[in-house]
Ligand binder design. Structure first.
Ligand code: F6R
Length: 244
Protein backbone atom coordinates (compact mmCIF):
# COMPACT_ATOMS: atom_id res chain seq x y z
CA UNK A 1 0.00 0.00 0.00
CA UNK A 2 1.36 3.39 -0.98
CA UNK A 3 0.20 6.49 0.90
CA UNK A 4 0.52 9.98 -0.55
CA UNK A 5 -0.05 12.70 2.06
CA UNK A 6 -0.77 16.03 0.43
CA UNK A 7 -0.43 19.56 1.80
CA UNK A 8 -3.92 20.64 0.75
CA UNK A 9 -7.21 19.24 -0.54
CA UNK A 10 -6.52 20.83 -3.92
CA UNK A 11 -3.16 19.07 -4.12
CA UNK A 12 -4.86 15.77 -3.21
CA UNK A 13 -7.55 16.00 -5.89
CA UNK A 14 -4.98 17.17 -8.45
CA UNK A 15 -2.75 14.21 -7.55
CA UNK A 16 -5.58 11.74 -8.23
CA UNK A 17 -6.51 13.51 -11.47
CA UNK A 18 -2.86 13.55 -12.61
CA UNK A 19 -2.28 9.86 -11.78
CA UNK A 20 -5.39 9.00 -13.80
CA UNK A 21 -4.39 11.18 -16.74
CA UNK A 22 -0.84 9.83 -16.71
CA UNK A 23 -2.29 6.35 -17.02
CA UNK A 24 -4.46 7.48 -19.95
CA UNK A 25 -1.51 9.23 -21.60
CA UNK A 26 0.72 6.17 -21.32
CA UNK A 27 -2.07 3.71 -22.24
CA UNK A 28 -4.87 5.51 -24.11
CA UNK A 29 -7.05 2.40 -24.28
CA UNK A 30 -7.13 1.96 -20.49
CA UNK A 31 -10.26 0.80 -18.70
CA UNK A 32 -11.00 3.08 -15.74
CA UNK A 33 -13.46 2.40 -12.91
CA UNK A 34 -15.20 5.57 -11.73
CA UNK A 35 -16.46 6.46 -8.25
CA UNK A 36 -18.81 9.28 -7.32
CA UNK A 37 -19.46 11.22 -4.11
CA UNK A 38 -18.49 14.69 -2.93
CA UNK A 39 -14.81 13.79 -2.56
CA UNK A 40 -14.51 12.91 -6.24
CA UNK A 41 -16.10 16.13 -7.50
CA UNK A 42 -12.77 17.96 -7.28
CA UNK A 43 -11.01 15.13 -9.12
CA UNK A 44 -13.35 15.37 -12.10
CA UNK A 45 -12.98 19.16 -12.13
CA UNK A 46 -9.17 18.89 -12.12
CA UNK A 47 -9.23 16.03 -14.65
CA UNK A 48 -11.43 17.82 -17.18
CA UNK A 49 -9.58 21.12 -16.74
CA UNK A 50 -6.18 19.58 -17.48
CA UNK A 51 -7.50 17.28 -20.21
CA UNK A 52 -9.17 20.15 -22.07
CA UNK A 53 -6.22 22.49 -21.52
CA UNK A 54 -3.74 19.98 -22.91
CA UNK A 55 -6.07 18.42 -25.49
CA UNK A 56 -5.64 14.92 -24.02
CA UNK A 57 -7.33 12.36 -26.25
CA UNK A 58 -9.90 10.16 -24.48
CA UNK A 59 -11.36 8.54 -27.60
CA UNK A 60 -10.07 5.00 -26.98
CA UNK A 61 -10.52 4.54 -23.22
CA UNK A 62 -13.49 2.89 -21.53
CA UNK A 63 -15.17 3.45 -18.18
CA UNK A 64 -17.16 1.36 -15.72
CA UNK A 65 -19.16 2.97 -12.95
CA UNK A 66 -18.66 1.47 -9.51
CA UNK A 67 -22.23 1.64 -8.27
CA UNK A 68 -25.70 3.13 -8.74
CA UNK A 69 -28.79 3.67 -6.62
CA UNK A 70 -31.72 1.36 -7.17
CA UNK A 71 -35.21 2.75 -7.62
CA UNK A 72 -34.46 6.10 -9.24
CA UNK A 73 -35.91 6.86 -12.66
CA UNK A 74 -33.36 7.08 -15.50
CA UNK A 75 -32.02 10.63 -15.67
CA UNK A 76 -32.76 11.42 -11.99
CA UNK A 77 -30.58 14.34 -10.92
CA UNK A 78 -29.17 12.35 -7.94
CA UNK A 79 -28.29 9.22 -9.93
CA UNK A 80 -24.61 8.49 -10.33
CA UNK A 81 -25.21 8.36 -14.06
CA UNK A 82 -26.31 12.03 -14.01
CA UNK A 83 -23.37 12.86 -11.73
CA UNK A 84 -20.78 11.49 -14.14
CA UNK A 85 -22.53 12.79 -17.26
CA UNK A 86 -22.35 16.29 -15.83
CA UNK A 87 -18.80 16.11 -14.48
CA UNK A 88 -16.91 13.94 -16.97
CA UNK A 89 -18.83 12.72 -20.03
CA UNK A 90 -20.22 16.03 -21.25
CA UNK A 91 -17.16 18.20 -20.46
CA UNK A 92 -14.91 15.76 -22.34
CA UNK A 93 -17.47 15.00 -25.08
CA UNK A 94 -17.15 11.27 -24.44
CA UNK A 95 -19.30 8.89 -26.48
CA UNK A 96 -22.11 6.88 -24.87
CA UNK A 97 -20.40 3.67 -25.96
CA UNK A 98 -17.35 4.53 -23.82
CA UNK A 99 -19.02 3.88 -20.50
CA UNK A 100 -21.00 1.12 -18.80
CA UNK A 101 -23.36 1.74 -15.89
CA UNK A 102 -24.56 -0.86 -13.39
CA UNK A 103 -27.80 -1.96 -15.09
CA UNK A 104 -30.33 -0.91 -12.47
CA UNK A 105 -33.43 -0.77 -14.67
CA UNK A 106 -33.70 -4.46 -15.63
CA UNK A 107 -36.30 -6.87 -14.27
CA UNK A 108 -33.81 -9.25 -12.63
CA UNK A 109 -31.10 -7.52 -10.62
CA UNK A 110 -29.26 -10.81 -10.15
CA UNK A 111 -29.03 -11.31 -13.95
CA UNK A 112 -28.07 -7.66 -14.46
CA UNK A 113 -25.32 -7.97 -11.86
CA UNK A 114 -23.92 -11.10 -13.55
CA UNK A 115 -24.06 -9.37 -16.90
CA UNK A 116 -22.10 -6.41 -15.49
CA UNK A 117 -19.39 -8.72 -14.18
CA UNK A 118 -19.14 -10.39 -17.59
CA UNK A 119 -18.85 -7.00 -19.30
CA UNK A 120 -15.97 -6.06 -16.99
CA UNK A 121 -14.19 -9.34 -17.73
CA UNK A 122 -14.77 -9.01 -21.49
CA UNK A 123 -13.26 -5.53 -21.47
CA UNK A 124 -10.02 -7.11 -20.25
CA UNK A 125 -10.64 -5.92 -16.68
CA UNK A 126 -10.34 -2.56 -14.97
CA UNK A 127 -6.82 -1.08 -15.21
CA UNK A 128 -7.36 1.66 -12.66
CA UNK A 129 -10.21 1.81 -10.15
CA UNK A 130 -10.91 5.18 -8.51
CA UNK A 131 -12.40 4.96 -5.02
CA UNK A 132 -13.69 7.14 -2.22
CA UNK A 133 -14.37 5.81 1.26
CA UNK A 134 -17.46 6.08 3.45
CA UNK A 135 -17.17 7.21 7.07
CA UNK A 136 -18.07 3.62 7.98
CA UNK A 137 -15.34 2.20 5.73
CA UNK A 138 -17.54 1.29 2.79
CA UNK A 139 -16.06 1.15 -0.70
CA UNK A 140 -18.46 1.47 -3.57
CA UNK A 141 -21.57 0.60 -1.59
CA UNK A 142 -20.01 -2.43 0.09
CA UNK A 143 -21.18 -1.70 3.58
CA UNK A 144 -19.69 -3.16 6.79
CA UNK A 145 -20.33 -6.91 6.85
CA UNK A 146 -19.62 -7.31 3.12
CA UNK A 147 -17.47 -10.30 2.26
CA UNK A 148 -14.00 -9.83 0.83
CA UNK A 149 -14.95 -12.00 -2.15
CA UNK A 150 -18.33 -10.35 -2.83
CA UNK A 151 -19.33 -9.65 -6.42
CA UNK A 152 -21.63 -7.10 -8.09
CA UNK A 153 -24.99 -7.36 -6.33
CA UNK A 154 -27.87 -5.53 -4.71
CA UNK A 155 -26.79 -3.99 -1.41
CA UNK A 156 -28.77 -2.41 1.43
CA UNK A 157 -27.48 1.00 2.46
CA UNK A 158 -26.76 1.52 6.14
CA UNK A 159 -28.14 4.32 8.26
CA UNK A 160 -24.69 5.93 8.32
CA UNK A 161 -24.57 6.05 4.50
CA UNK A 162 -28.14 7.31 4.25
CA UNK A 163 -27.40 10.05 6.79
CA UNK A 164 -24.24 11.05 4.94
CA UNK A 165 -26.02 11.33 1.57
CA UNK A 166 -29.68 12.16 2.15
CA UNK A 167 -29.20 15.93 1.96
CA UNK A 168 -28.46 15.48 -1.78
CA UNK A 169 -32.07 14.38 -2.20
CA UNK A 170 -33.61 17.39 -0.42
CA UNK A 171 -37.28 16.68 0.32
CA UNK A 172 -37.25 13.43 -1.68
CA UNK A 173 -36.75 10.07 0.01
CA UNK A 174 -33.30 8.66 -0.66
CA UNK A 175 -33.07 5.09 -2.04
CA UNK A 176 -32.11 2.46 0.51
CA UNK A 177 -30.59 0.03 -1.99
CA UNK A 178 -27.94 0.14 -4.69
CA UNK A 179 -26.25 -2.11 -7.23
CA UNK A 180 -22.54 -2.11 -6.42
CA UNK A 181 -19.45 -3.86 -7.68
CA UNK A 182 -18.38 -6.26 -4.93
CA UNK A 183 -15.14 -6.16 -2.99
CA UNK A 184 -13.92 -9.19 -4.96
CA UNK A 185 -14.77 -7.34 -8.18
CA UNK A 186 -12.88 -4.23 -7.03
CA UNK A 187 -9.87 -6.29 -5.95
CA UNK A 188 -9.54 -7.63 -9.51
CA UNK A 189 -8.74 -4.15 -10.84
CA UNK A 190 -5.04 -3.92 -11.66
CA UNK A 191 -4.57 -0.67 -9.73
CA UNK A 192 -6.63 0.91 -6.96
CA UNK A 193 -6.51 4.65 -6.31
CA UNK A 194 -8.42 5.91 -3.27
CA UNK A 195 -8.92 9.52 -2.23
CA UNK A 196 -9.99 10.64 1.23
CA UNK A 197 -10.40 14.28 2.18
CA UNK A 198 -11.81 16.15 5.15
CA UNK A 199 -12.00 15.69 8.91
CA UNK A 200 -15.02 13.37 8.63
CA UNK A 201 -12.69 10.73 7.12
CA UNK A 202 -9.86 11.01 9.66
CA UNK A 203 -11.20 8.30 11.97
CA UNK A 204 -11.87 5.74 9.24
CA UNK A 205 -8.43 6.35 7.72
CA UNK A 206 -6.83 5.70 11.10
CA UNK A 207 -8.88 2.49 11.39
CA UNK A 208 -7.94 1.46 7.85
CA UNK A 209 -4.23 1.80 8.57
CA UNK A 210 -4.47 -0.27 11.74
CA UNK A 211 -6.64 -3.19 10.56
CA UNK A 212 -6.52 -5.88 7.89
CA UNK A 213 -9.29 -7.89 6.20
CA UNK A 214 -11.83 -6.62 8.70
CA UNK A 215 -15.46 -6.91 7.49
CA UNK A 216 -16.38 -4.08 9.91
CA UNK A 217 -14.39 -1.77 7.63
CA UNK A 218 -14.58 -3.12 4.05
CA UNK A 219 -11.78 -0.83 2.85
CA UNK A 220 -9.32 -2.91 4.90
CA UNK A 221 -9.69 -5.71 2.31
CA UNK A 222 -7.91 -3.48 -0.19
CA UNK A 223 -4.68 -3.56 1.79
CA UNK A 224 -3.82 -6.97 0.38
CA UNK A 225 -3.88 -5.55 -3.16
CA UNK A 226 -0.35 -5.18 -4.60
CA UNK A 227 -1.09 -1.80 -6.25
CA UNK A 228 -3.22 0.18 -3.82
CA UNK A 229 -2.53 3.91 -3.55
CA UNK A 230 -4.22 6.05 -0.91
CA UNK A 231 -4.16 9.82 -1.37
CA UNK A 232 -4.96 11.97 1.70
CA UNK A 233 -5.45 15.65 2.38
CA UNK A 234 -4.17 17.03 5.73
CA UNK A 235 -7.55 16.64 7.48
CA UNK A 236 -8.16 13.04 6.41
CA UNK A 237 -4.60 12.18 7.48
CA UNK A 238 -4.77 14.12 10.74
CA UNK A 239 -5.15 11.07 13.02
CA UNK A 240 -2.33 9.01 11.59
CA UNK A 241 1.36 9.23 12.20
CA UNK A 242 3.52 8.01 9.38
CA UNK A 243 6.91 8.78 10.78
CA UNK A 244 8.43 5.71 9.16
C1 F6R B 1 -19.87 6.24 -4.66
C2 F6R B 1 -18.92 5.53 -3.82
C3 F6R B 1 -18.91 5.73 -2.35
C4 F6R B 1 -18.28 7.07 -1.96
C5 F6R B 1 -18.29 7.24 -0.46
C6 F6R B 1 -17.73 8.58 -0.04
O1 F6R B 1 -19.66 5.88 -6.02
O2 F6R B 1 -18.15 4.78 -4.33
O3 F6R B 1 -18.16 4.70 -1.77
O4 F6R B 1 -16.97 7.12 -2.44
O5 F6R B 1 -19.61 7.13 0.01
O6 F6R B 1 -18.60 9.59 -0.42
P1 F6R B 1 -18.21 11.12 -0.21
O7 F6R B 1 -17.07 11.40 -1.11
O8 F6R B 1 -19.46 11.86 -0.62
O9 F6R B 1 -17.87 11.28 1.22
Amino acid sequence: MRIIQCHSTQEAVQTVADLTLERLLSRPSSVIGLATGRTMEGVYAAWTKRALGEGIDHSSCFFFMLDEYLGLPDGHRCSFKSYIQERLLRPLSLREDQIAFPPVHGTSHADSAKHYEISIQESGGVDLQLLGIGQNGHIGFNEPGSAGNSRTRVVELTESTINANKSEFGEEKMPTQALSMGIGTILEAKNLLMLATGKSKAEVIKYLLNHHDDPNCPATFLKSHPHFTLVLDPDAGSKINLNI
